[in-house]
Design a protein around this ligand. Structure first.
Ligand code: IPE
Ligand code: IPE
Ligand code: MG
Length: 252
């Protein structure tokens, strides 16, 4: 992959053996990107899909193992119907053009969120993506679509109650056994969360899983987010001290 001089410069400062395994992204700022150009919000979302293509390719190239992208939240249904319609056309559009490459590059597509309320065409496109990549063993590309962390947790509690009633489990639960009921079952927690678009909030994303993730915020709007920013985020991540509540041995 051909890097620009600027990208190459940051790339050199990165330890290739310590690439964050799971990177999660809140892709925000499409609307403002469009407004600043006098364009409709849909133009920002369309450009945002280009960023998704680029970020997926580059993440895979860097050796990221799990990439989780927040594409549509349970709260985004509060937007005007035309905008929702447009957003719901994007998964199909993205997968239609990218699926062959994802298959070829051994990427495995996954869905996080409640598919119930998604339009049939989105369900179909996603099912096709899941199916075509089910046997792949490379990077996991996790799309959070109609995802909300509180809904995820409540859904997990509901499933625990049902398993209990069926006698499948004893009335005892641990952090580990609970996590198996979440959409992210079997996946490591995110090492790094990136939020574009300048807001300093989580917006109901991965509340359980982000407990010890490193957070990285940028004012850059999602359509302007590029390889250089991902490299910066990884470089900053590698300079952080992840203590998980401990102190350093030399301080003992
Ligand atoms: C992110 O961009 C896309 C989604 C949340 C679906 P926004 O549409 O939220 O853009 P802003 O935040 O209004 O600029
Ligand atoms: C978060 O962005 C959700 C997604 C990126 C899909 P929002 O634009 O919905 O977040 P808020 O409303 O500003 O918190
Ligand atoms: Mg937003």
């Amino acid at each position: 992959m051909e890097l620009t001089l600027r990208e190459e410069e940051i790339f050199k400062e990165i330890d290739r053996t310590r690439i964050p395994g799971h990177v999660a992204m809140i892709m925000d700022g499409n609307g403002r990107w469009a407004r600043e150009r006098g364009l409709p919000r849909s133009a920002g979302h369309r450009q945002g899909v280009e960023t998704v293509r680029e970020v997926v390719r580059f993440s895979n190239h860097l050796g990221i193992k799990v990439l989780t992208l927040f594409a549509f939240s349970t709260e985004n249904w509060r937007r005007p119907p035309q905008e929702i319609d447009f957003l719901m056309s994007l998964p199909e559009q993205y997968l239609q053009s990218e699926l062959p490459e994802l298959v070829r590059k051994n990427v495995r597509v996954k869905l996080m969120g409640d598919p119930e309320r998604l339009p049939a065409k989105v369900k179909r496109a996603i099912a096709k993506g899941l199916d075509a990549t089910a046997g792949n063993s490379g990077m996991i590309l996790n799309f959070a679509l109609n995802y909300g962390a509180r809904m995820e947790i409540v859904r997990a509690v509901q499933a625990v109650l049902e398993d209990l009633q069926k006698g499948k489990i004893r009335p005892a639960i641990s952090e580990k056994s609970f996590a198996a009921y979440l959409y992210t079952a079997g996946l490591p927690d995110p090492d790094l969360l990136i939020r574009t678009g300048g807001e300093f909030r989580i917006s109901n994303f991965l509340l359980w899983q982000l407990a010890y993730s490193e957070l990285w915020f940028t004012p850059v709007y999602w359509p302007d987010f590029g390889r250089v920013h991902l490299l910066q985020a990884i470089r900053d991540f590698q300079q952080r001290e992840r203590r998980f509540g401990r102190i350093y041995p030399e301080q003992r």
